[in-house]
Design a protein around this ligand. Structure first.
Ligand code: NOJ
Length: 565
């Protein structure tokens, strides 16, 4: 009894005080030469809406992203993922690319409306959709690539949005569980790594707070908290279903992929800055990780949102509350933690007065800053700050009891006009971030695998095709969507085959060698408009001329016949 009390007290201290994470110890050490533990898994990632295309093919239902992207003004240049990389048709080619890279795993997502067009299992199961994922999984396994399957990478069936309001509604918990159960039933004999949700922070904040993402709602200060609450419950329900029904037979693992930037105090010797940075991380990662590991929202979220809700004259906190039963139901429902990480911010304390209005961002009482010296090669938000990655990983270790981690996303983009396949900055990014990961593994963080984001350039949500994260360049102008390797393919391949960075001598030559190969790909890409031109000749010009010839001959014959008569 006493021991349980001590454990609970220790846990409570840990939850509220950031474990024993040492904020002052930020060693920005030099490059570390060494390798990852044997069996470390190397992979690449993708998601259904970003790559599959085939948006209305073979019985697929509509998702909230299909509808959102078709509305004018929501996506940069009004682009859509209707055809994207045509991954639905080209998965065999893509698996060949993965084989060449000698990857250990491939992370992809299942489009819920592709297999359940109305979202509901009781209504209709689309066998063609099931067949597509089944074939993909089989081919991966035949190619010795482990499938890592995300169940929800943002493409909710539109029907569920229209009928119930999507993740605002508690009924989603049950519907998602039915969908997950169907996936376990059909694919679980072959899939052993499941990710329930990808980046629930984004689903909640960008989908329901800012409205930049589908379903595009702006229910500020409350909608995101409500959506997150249902997502956490849905994750836990799926974990329990798997545990009770499938685990003993299928022996798989159920994780979730959370994304988090690192927040570094502007001044580590200033307690207010340290607390602000801690709040930043708790409002980002802790919002989801703390309930799943410890059973409830971070104390700091309950305190801040509760206080501000009171000041706004609300009777209850805008942050929903878990009942005691729910707390014990959700606690401990992660077999592994998927972590998506790209960038870092400096954080300092900033008060938002209560008159500012409801908002997730104002609830945090902080300001985010960046160092203008940080490289910023692509997306506006993405600064390359490798040391933040090691800090985040160590934070997770101390905060959540050193869980098993798979890095489920990490990478960097480039802006559209850049068609140079010699992506020096991406090689640099991978080199440094993966090196910080190696240091974290040396620190004792329990990381089992790394997933580069992404295999292909794809539909980058509200940015359309204007930001490219791919190791492979996709020529979206050409309707065949050909893929061209960027130099980083060769570079990543070397990291994989060496399982890290064995020695200075070897690693130094990698970039140079990778650049040698990319100039030939550059030439191929430069020739691609020519290929496009030739296609136009064969597919438009030649048939038009033929039709004209036939018409003219018909007229000519009629003319001859008339003269004879
Ligand atoms: C996180 C999302 O999960 C992924 O879909 C997106 O492409 C990357 N971030 C890059 O923005």
């Amino acid at each position: 009894m006493l021991r349980t009390g001590v454990r609970l007290l220790a846990l409570a201290l840990c939850v509220s005080a950031g474990g024993d994470f040492d904020w002052t110890k930020n060693e920005k050490t030099s490059f570390y030469f060494g390798t990852f533990p044997t069996g470390f898994s190397w992979g690449v990632g993708s998601s259904a809406y970003q790559t599959e295309g085939a948006w209305n093919t073979d019985g697929k239902g509509m998702s909230i992203w299909d509808v959102f992207a078709h509305k004018k003004g929501k996506i940069s240049s009004n682009e859509t993922g209707d055809s994207s990389c045509e991954g639905y048709y080209k998965f065999k080619d893509d698996i060949n690319l993965m084989k060449e890279m000698k990857l250990n795993h491939y992370r992809f997502s299942v489009s819920w409306p592709r297999i359940l067009p109305s979202g509901l299992r009781s209504e209709h199961v689309n066998e063609k959709g099931i067949r597509y994922y089944s074939d993909l999984i089989d081919l991966l396994l035949n190619s010795k690539i482990t499938p890592v399957v995300t169940l929800y990478h943002w493409d909710l069936p539109q029907v569920l949005q229209e009928k119930y309001g999507g993740w605002q509604n508690a009924s989603m918990v049950g519907y998602f569980n039915e969908f997950a159960n169907l996936c376990f039933e059909r694919f679980g004999n072959r899939v052993k790594h499941w990710i329930t949700f990808n980046n629930p922070w984004s689903i909640s904040v960008e989908g329901y707070e800012t409205g930049e993402h589908a379903p595009g709602l702006r229910t500020r200060g409350s909608g995101a908290y409500k959506a997150a609450h249902h997502i956490i419950k849905a994750h836990a329900k799926v974990w329990h279903t798997y545990d009770m029904k499938w685990r003993s037979k299928q022996k798989g693992l159920i994780g979730i992929s959370l994304s988090a930037d690192w927040g570094e105090p502007v001044d580590v010797s200033n307690q207010r800055d340290v607390e602000a940075a801690e709040r930043y991380i708790h409002f980002y990662l802790g919002w989801f990780a703390t309930p799943l590991f410890h059973g409830d929202y971070p104390a700091v979220m309950k305190e801040y949102i509760g206080r501000k809700s009171g000041q706004q004259g609300l009777g209850a906190s805008r942050l929903p509350v878990f009942s005691p039963q729910e707390k014990s139901y959700i606690r401990g429902t992660v077999d592994f933690l998927g972590l998506g990480h790209y960038t870092t911010r400096y954080v300092t304390q900033k008060n938002y007065p209560s008159g500012f209005g409801d908002s997730y961002f104002a609830d945090r009482d902080l300001a985010e800053l960046v160092d203008p010296k940080w490289p910023d090669p692509g997306s506006e938000w993405l600064y390359s700050v490798p040391w933040g990655f090691r800090r985040l990983l160590n934070f997770v270790k101390t905060q959540y009891g050193n869980p098993m981690i798979y890095v489920t996303e990490n990478g960097v983009s480039e802006k559209m006009p850049c068609t140079d396949l010699c992506d020096d900055w991406r090689m640099q990014y991978f080199r440094e971030y993966i090196n910080e990961l190696l240091k974290a593994v040396r620190d004792g963080v329990n990381v089992k695998g790394y997933t580069a984001w992404s295999l292909l350039d794809g539909f980058e949500w509200d940015e359309g095709f204007s930001e490219r994260f791919g190791l492979y360049f996709v020529d979206f102008r050409n309707k065949n969507k050909p893929r061209f390797p960027k130099a980083s393919v060769q570079f990543y391949k070397r990291i994989i085959s060496s399982n890290g960075f064995p020695s200075q001598r070897e690693v130094e030559s990698w970039k140079r060698k990778a650049v040698e190969t990319c100039s030939s790909s550059n030439q191929l890409l430069a020739a691609d408009p020519l290929i496009g031109h030739m296609e136009m000749v064969t597919e438009i010009v030649v048939p038009t001329i033929c039709t004209l010839c036939i018409l003219l001959s018909a007229v000519f014959f009629m003319f001859l016949l008339r003269r004879r008569l």
